[in-house]
Design a protein around this ligand. Structure first.
Ligand code: FES
Length: 90
């Protein structure tokens, strides 16, 4: 199965608006999903210019799906959904 790719924007706008905390998400991924998720820090995804600054911080899933105003909770929730809802440790 392909890995779930999670790109966290660490460009200036996103970083200042919360992405700094988002990198900790990697440590919060349930044990059962760790080997199925790839978390990467990215430079500006250029969404802060195209969309707007109010949407920062941005996270991109699997190269296409954009999450605006990302929080650790929202990112972890989405990872669990993409993994098929079996993301909870038993
Ligand atoms: S800094 Fe994150 S999209 Fe530009």
């Amino acid at each position: 199965m392909d890995k779930i790719k999670v790109e966290i924007c660490c460009g200036t706008a996103c970083y200042l608006l919360g992405a700094a905390n988002l990198m900790a998400v990697e440590d919060e991924i349930p044990e059962s999903l760790r080997d199925r998720v790839e978390v990467e820090a990215r430079t500006c995804l250029e969404l802060c210019e195209k969309e707007n600054l109010g949407g920062a911080p941005y996270v991109r899933f699997n190269g296409t799906e954009i999450m605006a105003q990302a929080t650790s909770e929202k990112v972890l929730e989405r990872i669990a959904e993409l993994a098929g809802g079996d993301g909870r440790d038993a």
